[in-house]
Write a protein that binds this ligand. Structure first.
Ligand SMILES: NC(=O)c1ccc[n+]([C@@H]2O[C@H](COP(=O)([O-])OP(=O)(O)OC[C@H]3O[C@@H](n4cnc5c(N)ncnc54)[C@H](O)[C@@H]3O)[C@@H](O)[C@H]2O)c1
Length: 251
């Protein structure tokens, strides 16, 4: 039996990487997936891949930093389904710089997407998640939210805040039967980590620090997100699931 049959789902940043893998896994499990990405062509490509595989998907061009885009997105989902069962806040970006050189513009840019975007989506999506009767909100943070690495201070700060936001929302949304959980991936080869992983010495060092001696695949994160999205996790809220091949355990 498909684990997300009849479920209406929304994944931000699902034009690429972890979000795209999540959309494909959700669709294969029977969900209707709303693909929301800043990159219109990438969103359409994910939806097309789902349609080709016989699944259900709708592509939206959405910038999570723009209030009017988010309003329009939820209006479209309300008109089509009147509810939302699963919301995955996955859209995110990284700005790598020594902290002392971080400009105001860089900080606003990363905070806008990684934190303010998640806050906006979690707030404005509330009514539709409530209408589900068993809503599941999943925020994609990072092991960097509770660990440190040079040049990732701004990124870590936003991800730590997302983990705190998850715990707060878990308490506040529980009376409405909305579960709120965090997935914290380790290192996955995607566009986001391309710059870091371009340096073979850095990649080798990261792999050496990982108990399983390899980087993760986007689909391995998607399958963990599926756990929180599905009825396999009905007693989980305010939880953080670390999916990092044992990187944080092995220090
Ligand atoms: N790749 C990793 O190693 C890793 C590790 C830990 C956490 N994460 C987190 O996972 C999430 C996905 O990362 P990824 O590696 O798949 O990145 P990615 O760069 O491959 O994909 C990110 C997607 O988000 C979209 N996006 C960016 N800004 C947006 C905005 N304002 N509105 C809507 N969409 C927007 C991009 O267009 C892109 O399609 C991020 O939140 C990231 O911080 C990634």
């Amino acid at each position: 039996m498909a684990r997300l049959a009849q479920r209406i789902t929304l994944v931000t940043g699902s034009g690429n990487g972890i979000g795209k893998a999540t959309a494909l896994v959700f669709a294969a499990e029977g969900a209707h997936v709303h693909i929301a990405d800043l990159d219109a062509a990438a969103a359409e490509a994910t939806a097309a891949a789902i349609h080709t595989a016989g699944g259900q998907a709708t592509a939206h061009t959405t910038d999570v930093t723009r209030g009017q885009d988010v309003t329009q997105l939820f209006r479209a989902i309300a008109a089509a389904h009147g509810k939302l069962d699963v919301l995955v806040n996955n859209a995110g970006l990284n700005v790598r710089t020594d902290f002392r050189h971080l400009t105001d513009e860089q900080w606003v840019k990363i905070r806008d997407v990684n934190l303010d975007g998640v806050i906006r989506m979690a707030r404005d999506g509330f009514e539709l998640l409530k209408a589900s009767g068993h809503g599941s909100l999943i925020n994609v943070a990072s092991i960097m939210g509770s660990r440190a690495m040079r040049q990732l201070v701004a990124y870590s700060t936003t991800k730590g805040a997302v983990a705190a936001l998850t715990r707060g929302l878990a308490v506040e949304y529980a009376p409405y039967n909305i579960r709120v959980n965090t997935i914290s991936p380790g290192f996955i080869a995607t566009a986001l980590t391309k710059q870091i992983l371009r340096n073979p010495a850095v990649t080798d060092a990261l792999v050496a620090e990982t108990a399983m001696r390899r980087l993760g695949e986007a689909e391995e994160i998607a399958r963990a997100i599926l756990f929180f999205a599905s009825d396999d996790s009905t007693y989980c809220t305010g939880s953080e699931l670390v999916v990092d091949g044992g990187m944080t355990a092995s220090l």
